[in-house]
Design a protein around this ligand. Sequence first.
Ligand code: MN
Length: 260
Amino acid sequence: MNDPISRRDALATFAAGAAAVALTGRTSAQPPAPATPGGQPAASTLTLPPLPYDPGALEPNVDALTMTIHHDRHHKAYVDNANAALAGTALAGKSADDILAALATAELPDNKRNAIRNNVGGHANHSLFWSLMAPPGKGGGGAPAGPLADALKANFESFDAKEGFKDRFAAAGMQRFGSGWAWLLVMPDKSLKIRSTANQDSPLMGEKLAGCSGVPILCLDVWEHAYYLKHQNKRADYISAWWNVVNWPRVGELFAAATR
Ligand code: MN
């Protein structure tokens, strides 16, 4: 479904952005686009980062068709709609994370605030989500190590025993009615919390909009578009398979950055 040439172009264009995500786990604004033919510099816009692996690389846990549609259509639509909503507002040109942090208090018409909330939220959430998965055996699956493993044990008693971290995180995803996300958050006191948000709300939007706050270090998309082709209505099966592709080394890096 990907035209190889446009994919290569996308890789070249977005390499800087992908590097920024890889370093910080955060989506950042891209460098300003080249001047338009009319000579006016184009405003900096949000851009679709490439998947950091082939769409089939997470098979059989996450299927290639779901990954392709999820990234190339769903995520792209969030980016396109975000840029349309941001145009002409005070938030245009800022990084996705900065937009989400400013959203609750920015002076915006309500229809703009809602469109930005849904679409910049969707862009930021998916950008983080892709970066937190990896092919099994190549960073994906297994168990966390080091300080993150210690912190999960300290906060949730166990990583994978009954009613430990994995059970509680999966329950957050299962109990989110309709569409939304499950999150593992680092709080200001460096404790870990499991929360869920509706729709495309992000903890980076803060309590007022998202109902939770903190620094996300793991997220799980529980929208039906994330699993329906392979698992139909069986969200629990999707979550079980997803554990096999969680990029724990990357989660550990985000944990280290958030607790430094
Ligand atoms: Mn999604």
